[in-house]
Design a protein around this ligand. Structure first.
Ligand SMILES: O=C(O)CCC(=O)C(=O)O
Ligand SMILES: [Fe+2]
Length: 318
């Protein structure tokens, strides 16, 4: 089960003598994250202007029904999922999201330099809806325990690392967590959730992948899932759809107070958001090659369980 590891006020090294202790701290934090724990920061550990927070809190979303979070894509510097009837100042929103994404990335790059040397920046999101009693279709529900897998963004073995910030001035964000991916995979993989088929390395398999890749490069919306991604998606759906698991599994409850942040590998720690409104989040993808303990990653666990290679090593890592 996940533990909460409080990270005390972070001072970054300014001299060679403090560089060693920064490095030690960084390795210790990677160890905790990869061990399935949650790093907790009582205060936002980087500048975040009060007027930016107030701007976000003023975003009046008409109804949370079927609505998705607002996403910011740092690579193309664009916001998606805003509806024009809700959004009166899209440029300002873009500016605030860009700033948040940059500050998180900058902070984490200093805190976890070994990850930063090879990570890929994924989306950032603004979550303006009240999670309690939020009406979403079952597989999209946040209040059911799950490990993360994105239907439209296959990971090819990369890890999903997410940094959350509760910007609500008065209300905690409430989470529940349960067992780690390792325990869940040992329980369900190969039984309730069928193990993935190995990567097809024959000429035909290679040709199909090459073809799909070129279709994608032409700008068509093809999702290139590895066997690993197929499994992770099945596991996500299975957990949310399994009433017995949801009610019987061991649970821990966490309250993240206003102004706090937390960092967690959400493909490993099963979690659910039970209540809270107004959070920000940045997703970062960490390749297996940059992990301190790659053997603890979901891809390695599944490859051990299946005895098969579940990602194509010659394929793009995203
Ligand atoms: O918004 C949150 O606090 C977490 C929701 C969640 O589990 C997710 O977005 O995958
Ligand atoms: Fe999640």
């Amino acid at each position: 089960m996940a533990r909460l590891i409080q990270v005390e006020e972070v001072q970054f090294a300014s001299s060679p003598s403090t560089a060693n202790s920064s490095l030690e701290r960084s390795l210790r934090l990677c160890e905790e994250l990869e061990g399935g724990n949650i790093l907790f920061f009582p205060q936002i550990p980087f500048p975040f202007a009060q007027e930016d927070r107030e701007f976000l809190l003023k975003q009046k979303q008409k109804s949370s029904k079927h609505r998705k979070n607002i996403a910011y894509k740092p690579i193309v510097d664009k916001i998606t999922n805003i509806s024009h009837e809700d959004e009166r100042d899209p440029l300002r929103l873009l500016e605030v999201m860009r700033k948040y994404s940059q500050e998180v990335t900058h902070f984490l790059a200093k805190l976890l330099p070994s990850y930063a040397s090879c990570w890929r920046l994924d989306f950032s999101s603004f979550r303006p809806f009240q999670e309690k009693d939020r009406k979403l279709r079952l597989r999209a529900r946040n209040d059911l325990l799950h490990t993360d897998a994105f239907p439209t963004r296959p990971m090819h073995g990369m890890r999903i690392l997410r940094f959350f910030t509760n910007i609500n001035p008065t209300e905690d964000r409430k989470w529940m967590t349960s067992e780690s991916f390792q325990i869940l995979a040992e329980k369900f993989a190969g039984q309730a959730v069928s193990l993935p088929k190995p990567v097809n390395h024959n000429l035909f398999g290679k040709l199909v992948r090459l073809l799909k890749k070129s279709v994608k490069q032409m700008g068509l919306p093809v999702v290139l899932r590895s066997p690993y991604d197929v499994f992770m998606l099945k596991m996500h759906n299975f957990l949310k759809e399994n009433r017995e698991f949801q009610s019987q599994c061991p649970k821990d409850y966490w309250s993240f107070p206003p102004g706090s942040c937390w960092l967690v590998f959400t493909d490993q720690v099963s979690h659910a958001a039970l209540a809270g409104q107004y959070a920000l989040e940045q997703t970062i993808l960490v390749p297996r090659s940059c992990l301190l303990n790659p053997e603890k990653s979901p891809i390695s666990i599944l490859e051990r369980l299946s005895g098969e290679n579940l990602v194509d090593p010659f394929f793009i890592e995203h």
